[in-house]
Design a protein around this ligand. Sequence first.
Ligand code: ATP
Ligand code: MG
Length: 304
Amino acid sequence: MESSELIKSAAKLAARHTVTDGEKFRIAKCDPGDTGPFANGERAGLKASTAELLAGGVRAMSEMQDMLYAQDRWSLLLVFQAMDAAGKDGVIKHVMSGINPQGCEVHSFKAPSAEELDHDFMWRCSRLAPRRGMIGICNRSYYEETLVVRVHPEYLKHQQLPPELVTKDIWDERFQDIRKYERYLARQGTIIRKFFLHVSRDEQKKRFLERIDDPAKNWKFSSTDVAERAHWDEYMDAYEDTIRNTASEHAPWIVVPADNKWYTRLVVAGAIVDALASVDLHYPRLDAAALAKLAESRAKLMAE
Ligand code: ATP
Ligand code: MG
């Protein structure tokens, strides 16, 4: 596939699932089993065409990353949020398979440490924000603050906040702070894409059972993950409110159907290609003096 054609189909695929204006967003309208334009495809033909698209997407990403790094102006921040077993790790592994590791950093954010709790909530993420030229991947992020912490407000007690600052407005204030932070990053040249891998409760159960039954997957299983299922609806409400309040043109959410791994990967790859293609990436252009120096070096090498 031609690269301009590929970028166009990537943009189209990403657009189906992208939220830039949260006001109308409703999680109930998003189907985790959606497979977009491939819903009625012939099974064999489908496999070939999606594999080709994914391979093409990864290749396009790799070419654009090379320019991103050389140009050293823009950076790309990719945030991944999801319920357990939605496939964050797998997506990160597959989608980034064509990326030069020197230009990419992955950070996983677990329950905060004592040191992290002694700082403002953004601290642990902002100190790891991607440098110019780099792709920064957040496996969980500051969004945990309006997701898991909202579902378990008792976690706020560990955050060492002055009590008079913890009011009923705290979630709105966090949305405001996150919006301002992302606005700031965007104005600094950070391209931002936030992915919610949207898995269904039934599919999560299936994947947990696989983790229990397959010895090679036992390590991924934690009994507390099963306990969290009791809060499913509260999590969905928290996701909906978070996306409604923090989706924007410069930092959109991509709500990725996650019951079919092949489709999840395709949408994420498409959105990343689209994001990189949205800015003017190019190799550094040399001025006349630098070109003259190159010619001089060439002449020297040839004269050896
Ligand atoms: P993952 O669940 O991301 O695949 P994991 O199972 O290896 O990774 P866990 O030890 O389960 O890692 O860590 C992730 C847990 O940390 C999640 O339950 C998440 O909600 C929790 N967590 C992340 N950030 C915060 C936060 N700011 N406050 C409280 N809990 C958090
Ligand atoms: Mg976990």
